[in-house]
Structures are given as structure tokens and as C-alpha cells.
Design a protein around this ligand. Structure first.
Ligand SMILES: Nc1ncnc2c1ncn2[C@@H]1O[C@H](COP(=O)(O)OP(=O)(O)OP(=O)(O)O)[C@@H](O)[C@H]1O
Length: 310
């Protein structure tokens, strides 16, 4: 694989309407080179529709999506410019893995050696001659990733790539995405689960009901959660709660001997307790989990009735 490649995706004012359903609404974001960008949203948020528009498979109702400055339709030998895993099951079951990749390599003017290279990369070299009909979902995901890598492209899109992978496979795919980004590629990984991208992504694009909710670093996103604060454990919980409230903090009792405090730092809580002779059994800064922040921000935009009118 080439050592340094630079890719970028720009989505600008992108919208898609299916009859009465506004699947994607005025979406603008960038997928920069050298980073793994997590593309998150609840089911039905519009992630797949957006990816399909970036790849020229769906025509936008308005707005644009470009890959290194050009719409997908203007790129020749597409696999050299962008690689994508959309639906791992979208393969001909009667073909072998090698035959499937060879046909794509021929169609895109790619050297045949790439077939062997990508099969080795995704650890499917040992089953290259086996029919895809007998592949597990995890093996199909690996093949889909091999397909995306075939043209050694600077831009990569993966839709729910960890589906069907075992824990070792999940670790492998995370390392792979990081390496691909470190080579300068723009890597976009979509999921409806924060846990699937939080260990891989450097930055997040979060959508709900087709609209942008956030585009920022993982750390910035985590800071939005309301559960950030200080956890304190003490046998004098009521006394400390009154003291901290007087000092301007918001305090919530968590059982008989624990409090959650916002508005004061952990060192300040410790100092105040010490000054007033209150014994502490525990004191810790708590950051909001990414999952928590994600749930809070998308709660009112989750579409549990996919396909309903908006
Ligand atoms: N071809 C289509 N015709 C009509 N409505 C569609 C079509 N494709 C998608 N939609 C609707 O557009 C909305 C967004 O769907 P999309 O599949 O892009 O969401 P998603 O975020 O990828 O969801 P999931 O995580 O469930 O795959 C949904 O309400 C869906 O029902």
C-alpha cells in the first residue's frame, strides 16, 4: 500500500427527499485526511443515504458531495479514488473471494497482484478459492473491506463495518482504520452505536433525523454529556451536601453516603471537606461517557418509526 496519500470528503448543503420523507436535510461536514471520522446517528438518521450520495449511488435533491474536490460521477476508475463497504452481503454467492476481487480489479484497471495483497491484508488468503455463499457475515465483512482497499484509495467509507466480527476481528479492524488514517487517508466509519467508533475515531459527525447535531473531536463531544462532574463518598453526606451547595455547587445524593457534584472541581471539594473536618472515603472526577452524551443529544431525534413522514 502506498505510504502517503491525502484524501478529503466535503459534504455541503446535502439533502435527500424520498416523496414525503426528508431523509437528509441540509447536511454540511468534512471528512479530513489523516483522521478516522465516526459517522454516528440512531437508526434511520440518514447515514446510509448520505454515504450513498457521496458514492454517487443516490442523487441528492440538493447540495453537493465531493471526493478530493470532485463529485464521484466525475471520477474515472472509481476504486482508485474511493473505497467503500456498504453492504457485506451484496456479493455473488457462487463466486470465490479471489474471482470476486479479480473481476473488480479488471473493471477498474487495477493490477492483479492487488487481489492477493488485499486478501492477505484482511486475513482471507487461506480461503481465497472458497465460494462466498459459504462465508460467514464476519468473513463477508472482511471481504468488503478488502474490496474497499483494492484500488489503494485516499478516501474510504465503511458502513457498520464491525457487524458480525468477533472481538479479535473488532480489534483488528480498529487497528486497520487507524493505520489507514495514519497514511493520510480520509476514513469515514458509520455506526448507530457509539461503542463501535469511540475507540477508533478521532472526530465525530453526529446526525439525527437527517440533520447535523455535532461535528467535533471525541473529547469535545464527551464534554457535552450532563453526567460530567465529581463523585464523592463520605459518611457525612448531608453535611457535605449543604456545605457544597452554599459554595455554589449543584449536588445530587447518590444513596446514603455518596454525592455527585457539578460546578466545583474535585480538588476544591476535597479542600472544603478538609477545612470543615469532613472525612472523605472517595473523591473522583467523572467524565461523561461518550455513549451518555450520544444518547442525550440524539434522544429527541431517534427515529424509531423509520420511513414515517417528517
Ligand atoms: N429508497 C428509499 N425510499 C424511501 N425512503 C427511504 C429510502 N431509503 C431510506 N429511506 C428513509 O430515509 C430515512 C433514512 O434512512 P437511512 O437508511 O439513510 O438511515 P440510517 O441512518 O442509515 O439508518 P440505519 O442505521 O437503520 O441503517 C429513513 O426514514 C428511511 O426509511
Amino acid at each position: 500500500m502506498c505510504a502517503s496519500v491525502v484524501g478529503v470528503i466535503r459534504v455541503s448543503g446535502l439533502s435527500k427527499r424520498y416523496g414525503d420523507v426528508l431523509a437528509v436535510h441540509d447536511l454540511t461536514f468534512t471528512v479530513p485526511p489523516g483522521r478516522v471520522t465516526g459517522f454516528l446517528g440512531p437508526n434511520g438518521a440518514g447515514k446510509s443515504t448520505t454515504l450513498r450520495m457521496i458514492l454517487g449511488l443516490n442523487r441528492p435533491s440538493s447540495g453537493t458531495a465531493t471526493i478530493n474536490g470532485r463529485p464521484f460521477a466525475h471520477l474515472r476508475a472509481g476504486l482508485r479514488h474511493v473505497g467503500a463497504l456498504l453492504d457485506a452481503n451484496d456479493v455473488h454467492g457462487g463466486r470465490s473471494a479471489a474471482a470476486h476481487l479479480s473481476a473488480l480489479a479488471r473493471g477498474n484497471g487495477l493490477p492483479r497482484r492487488r487481489v492477493h495483497e488485499v486478501l492477505a491484508e484482511v486475513r482471507l488468503a487461506g480461503v481465497a478459492g472458497r465460494r462466498l455463499g459459504g462465508f460467514s457475515l464476519g468473513m463477508r465483512q472482511r471481504l468488503g473491506i478488502a474490496t474497499a482497499l483494492l484500488g489503494d484509495p485516499p478516501v474510504l467509507l465503511f458502513d457498520e463495518p464491525v457487524n458480525g466480527l468477533d472481538p479479535e476481528g473488532v480489534r483488528w479492524v480498529r487497528d486497520l482504520f487507524r493505520r489507514l488514517a495514519a497514511e493520510g487517508r480520509a476514513v469515514l466509519v458509520s455506526s448507530h452505536l457509539m461503542s463501535e467508533v469511540e475507540h477508533t475515531a478521532d472526530r465525530l459527525v453526529v446526525i439525527g433525523r437527517g440533520e447535523l447535531i455535532a461535528e467535533e473531536s471525541v473529547a469535545e463531544f464527551a464534554a457535552r454529556g450532563s453526567r460530567a462532574g465529581v463523585s464523592v463518598r463520605t459518611p457525612a453526606a448531608a453535611e457535605l451536601a449543604a456545605l457544597l451547595t452554599r459554595a455554589g455547587a449543584a449536588v445530587t445524593a447518590e444513596g446514603v453516603d455518596a454525592l455527585t457534584v457539578t460546578g466545583l472541581s474535585a480538588p476544591r471539594v476535597g479542600e472544603l471537606a478538609h477545612t470543615h473536618g469532613i472525612v472523605l472515603h472517595g473523591l473522583a472526577t467523572r467524565t461523561a461517557s461518550l455513549e451518555q452524551a450520544f444518547m442525550e443529544l440524539t434522544a429527541d431525534r431517534a427515529d424509531h418509526r423509520a420511513g414515517e413522514r417528517r
